[in-house]
Ligand binder design. Structure first.
Ligand code: NAG
Length: 391
């Protein structure tokens, strides 16, 4: 059994090191066998809600009779158990809700999507739409435990704020904890932890960020200049509406913590996908070109490029290479149909140089105008010509 647990955990992206020597200070947690995940039912769910700061519930189909599927179910359970163990000294409860046996509880709690994980904090429900691995889940829950608004008080914190270019961020300048600040805080709770909210009460910080009193700025990922939310002071609804309208960025990074949400937010059934390893010189260069293109097109609501750094998803890399017939050691950009994963990729194989921002923009224009069906045909014809040449 121990052996099975170990191999299961390895498959879940946990790095297990079997320690043979006496050194201390680096030890990955190993499931200790203690049951911490509750079987939530009608009798205990209210108490569980009251008892913890956070309650994390996995809503699942009845346990299958099939052995293989059972194993899969046990793996999910193990992820939850290990997460619960690692976060044992935080005030977080974990539970499983069976869609059949606990249908009533599920209805009362508003659980809808089977296979989803729901986190209850105060009177809010946050759906976790990320990769179900212990690493990702622990990070996510720690973020949810934090205050939804982070204060920026000094130049060092401003610099850290300015470096977070991959995140959607809002920052507001307020006199103190008055009603305008509270409206901002209420708005932040609706987006925690996916969209980051910052505030300052400090005049020097506000001046550095060109913020007026009661003003809120919105930073789209990878953009240099923020957008200023119209109107001042702002109500909670003003902020919520603005964020909802602007949250799909022109260039967005795929992340484990909300990868499914991002993927489901497609553009009429397709995604423009760019693969680039930031740590690789070519990948870095390509990413800089992508950022230029995104900055030039930030006001185009039709354009949203999903950037995937293969380094972030080691378990998916070979799957993508096979599905899209790509070499992910090189930067790639293409269009993916999310229904059948059919795809067309920009041909960069013969060039030593990466495309320029202009070339990339021309290609994207072709894609957005629907000419990608035509590009697809050209690709097929080119391949045929190459094949007949080599005969
Ligand atoms: C994506 O694929 C589906 C199924 O093959 C097809 O019906 C649909 O038209 C395609 N979408 C686009 C935008 O081409």
């Amino acid at each position: 059994m121990q052996q099975i647990c170990l191999s299961l955990l390895c498959g879940l992206g946990l790095h297990l090191i079997l320690l043979c020597c006496a050194e201390e200070g680096l030890e990955f947690p190993n499931f200790d066998g203690k049951d911490r995940v509750l079987d939530v039912n009608e009798r205990n769910y209210k108490k569980a809600l009251r008892r913890f700061d956070l309650l994390c519930l996995f809503y699942h189909e009845p346990v299958p009779a099939n052995k293989g599927l059972q194993k899969r179910f046990q793996m999910t359970e193990l992820v939850l158990e290990l997460t619960a163990q690692v976060l044992e000294n935080k005030d977080i409860g974990f539970g499983m809700v069976d869609s059949q046996r606990d249908a009533k509880v599920a209805r009362k709690l508003g659980l809808e999507e089977v296979g989803s994980l729901y986190v209850f904090k105060d009177d809010r429900v946050i759906e976790f739409d990320g990769e179900l691995s212990a690493d990702t889940l622990v990070e996510f829950l720690l973020d949810v435990l934090e205050d939804p608004v982070e204060m920026i008080n000094n130049p060092m914190e401003v610099r850290a704020f300015e470096r977070m270019e991959e995140d959607i961020r809002l920052i507001g300048f307020f006199k103190g904890e008055d009603s305008y600040y509270r409206a901002f805080q209420e708005a932040s709770e609706r987006f925690q932890p996916y969209i980051k909210f910052f505030a300052t009460f400090d005049k020097t910080v506000a001046k550095h960020l060109s913020l007026k009193m009661n003003e809120v700025n919105f930073y789209e990922p990878f953009m240099e200049e923020p957008a200023i939310l119209p109107g001042r002071p702002l109500s909670e609804m003003d902020i919520v509406e603005f964020v909802n309208q602007h949250r799909r960025a022109t260039l967005r990074k795929l992340r484990a913590e909300n990868m499914f949400e991002t993927w489901e937010d497609d553009m009429d059934g397709i995604h423009i996908v760019a693969f680039a390893e930031e740590e690789d010189p070519d990948g870095y260069e390509f990413l800089e070109i992508l950022k230029d293109v995104a900055r030039d097109n930030t006001n185009n609501p039709e354009l949203s490029i999903v950037w995937i750094d293969p380094d972030d998803f080691p378990l998916l890399t070979t799957y993508w290479e096979t599905t899209f017939k790509l070499d992910l050691f090189r930067p790639q950009i293409g269009i993916v149909n999310v229904t059948d994963a059919d795809s067309v990729w920009l041909d960069m194989s013969n060039d030593e140089d990466l495309p320029s921002a202009e070339e990339l923009e021309d290609w994207i224009e072709d894609v957005l105008s629907g000419r990608w069906h035509w590009l697809h045909r050209v690709k097929v014809i080119r391949r045929r010509i190459r094949q007949s040449d080599s005969l």
